[in-house]
Design a protein around this ligand. Structure first.
Ligand SMILES: Nc1nc2c(ncn2[C@@H]2O[C@H](COP(=O)(O)OP(=O)(O)OP(=O)(O)O)[C@@H](O)[C@H]2O)c(=O)[nH]1
Ligand SMILES: [Mg+2]
Length: 313
């Protein structure tokens, strides 16, 4: 309780300790999140997704810096599918996020993706809530674009920024159609390299084919993150999109959808854990596997047999 109070006041130490608690799903985790939840809903969430090495961390650093300069308090969550949060990537990100670590009101945390399907686990969403409750006005979430992750980031963020770079080979492969529908702002970073204009043209052409269902015109912005090039324009467009969502009431709609998904996800997880525990009590899965292997029964019938046992418990 004391820890929560400290975190709500913005204590970095308390925030860090709470995050460790939810990451490890300590027994008091759910109770903690319940208390925290009442204080959430104020932060604006920015998602950055894109291929490895495209410059996401550098961009996050620069945008965070601008936010700080404009008086906002900022939290950063980096989701790293390749290594746990204590791994080398954190160090790398810390080094790259040079600008922001000098601001004392920025809190940076790297997270592994274990636990949840598709990468952005429950822990991520809980960490975002802790930062939100602690008074961070903007929370920047960095994730690598693989498979489901980019769709998940769109669901978790208020504004989704899709980062591309020139020179990744086959253009169609680089910018998949699916990603066109989730990006609200497109960035072509490393515009100091050859081929940036071509990528911009390509993205614009694809946006014509896959427009958003609402009235927002997705901008395509060239940046050179390392030189701060185009970052002001990116910042302005983030603020424009935020204004657009607020004015059109779409922000409220987005957030309600997010709450609906979260309730469903938490329920599914609880049910899955319950079934898993019941399975252990009901009997040996190996026996069933043997029966199926001998073709004495089949997986479908096994489930029919198990379901009443699970339901009764
Ligand atoms: N030439 C050039 N290099 C850049 C630019 N932006 C970033 N870089 C460099 O590209 C490398 C990768 O940048 P990061 O910001 O770490 O990229 P990332 O997308 O966060 O990488 P991961 O987190 O590993 O997926 C670093 O060496 C950056 O200095 C740019 O605009 N131009
Ligand atoms: Mg990074």
């Amino acid at each position: 309780m004391e820890l929560i109070q400290e975190a709500l006041k913005g204590s970095e130490r308390a925030i860090a300790r709470l995050i460790t608690m939810v990451e490890n799903e300590m027994p008091s985790w759910r109770e903690t999140m319940r208390t925290i939840y009442a204080h959430t809903g104020k932060a604006y969430l920015l998602g950055f997704t894109g291929p490895t090495g495209s410059g996401k961390s550098t961009l996050v650093d620069r945008v965070a810096h601008l936010l700080c300069t404009n008086g906002y308090s900022v939290g950063i969550v980096a989701i790293d599918p390749s290594s746990p949060f204590t791994g080398g990537a954190l160090l790398g990100d810390r080094i790259r996020m040079r600008e922001v670590v000098t601001h004392e009101n920025v809190f940076i945390r790297s997270l592994g993706t274990r636990g949840g399907l598709g990468g952005l686990s429950q822990a991520t969403s809980d960490v975002i809530k802790i930062l939100d409750a602690a008074g961070k006005e903007f929370i920047l979430i960095e994730t690598i674009g693989i498979g489901q992750d980019e769709v998940e980031i769109a669901q978790i963020a208020d504004t989704s920024i899709v980062v591309s770079v020139p020179g990744l080979g086959d253009d169609i492969q680089t910018i998949k159609a699916g990603i066109m529908e989730i990006g609200e702002i497109f960035v072509v970073n490393k515009a100091d390299r050859e081929g940036a204009d071509h990528v911009v043209t390509m993205i614009k052409a694809m946006l014509d084919v896959h427009p958003l269902s609402d009235a927002w015109q997705q901008p395509v912005i060239k940046t050179v993150a390392t030189e701060n090039g185009g970052v002001d324009e990116l910042y302005e467009n983030i603020m424009l999109h935020r204004k657009y969502l607020l004015k059109s009431d779409l922000l409220a709609v987005k957030r309600k959808e997010r709450i609906g998904r979260e309730i469903t996800r938490l329920l599914e997880r609880r049910i899955a854990q319950y079934v898993h525990n019941q399975m252990k009590e009901i009997g040996s899965l190996e026996d069933l596997v043997e029966e199926v292997t001998r073709r004495e029964t089949d997986p479908y019938s096994c489930v029919d047999r198990l379901l009443p046992l699970v339901e009764k418990k």
